[in-house]
Design a protein around this ligand. Structure first.
Ligand code: 5GP
Ligand code: ZN
Length: 143
C-alpha cells in the first residue's frame, strides 16, 4: 500500500524534516495553514488515533510537545493548535496517523466551528449513551 508519509520516513519522498529519532519524525506540512505548520508522525504506519498502540502514542505525544515548543519559540508565535483529523468526515486525507502543530498569531484567523445547543434533556441522553459504551469497554482502559 502506497503511503506518502511512509515514503517520507523511508526517504523515498522529499520533505523538510525538522527532527527525527528512532520512533517519530517531524516535518513541515506542504500546504501550511500558517508558515511553520508541522506534522509529527510515528515512523511505523498506523491508520488513525484509535489504532496507535499506547507506547507509540506516548512517544509521539512527548515528541509533539517538544516540537510544539520549538515551533512556537522559533517563530515567536503567540500560540499553536494541536490537531488530529480522524476519518473522512473529520478531514483526514493521509491515513498514516499524525498530529498537526499549527503556529498561531494574535488575530490571524478564527478556527471555530459553528456550535450547537442541546434541546432540553438531550445532553443527558447523549452522556448516558456514551457512558454505557465506556462502561462496557472499561476493562480495555484499565488494561
Ligand atoms: P490530514 O488532512 O490527513 O489531517 O493531513 C494531511 C496533511 O499532510 C495535509 O495538511 C497535507 O497538506 C499534508 N501533506 C500531504 N501530502 C504531503 C507531502 O507530500 N508532503 C508534506 N510535507 N505534506 C503533505
Ligand atoms: Zn504510512
Amino acid at each position: 500500500m502506497e503511503c506518502i508519509f511512509c515514503n517520507i520516513t523511508e526517504r523515498k519522498a522529499e520533505a523538510e524534516i525538522l527532527f527525527e529519532d528512532e520512533n517519530i519524525i517531524a516535518f513541515l506540512d506542504i500546504q501550511p495553514v500558517n508558515y511553520g505548520h508541522t506534522l509529527v508522525i510515528p515512523k511505523k504506519h498506523f491508520d488513525n488515533f484509535l489504532t496507535v498502540p499506547h507506547d507509540e502514542l506516548s512517544k509521539l505525544m512527548n515528541a509533539t510537545q517538544f516540537i510544539a515548543g520549538a515551533v512556537k519559540r522559533s517563530l515567536n508565535a503567540d500560540g499553536f493548535n494541536i490537531i488530529s483529523n480522524n476519518g473522512d468526515s473529520a478531514g483526514q486525507t493521509v491515513y498514516h496517523f499524525h498530529f498537526h502543530i499549527i503556529p498561531r498569531f494574535n488575530s490571524d484567523f478564527t478556527l471555530k466551528p459553528k456550535v450547537k445547543m442541546y434541546p432540553t434533556g438531550e445532553m443527558k441522553k447523549y452522556a448516558d449513551h456514551i457512558r454505557s459504551l465506556i462502561s462496557k469497554y472499561r476493562d480495555i482502559y484499565n488494561g
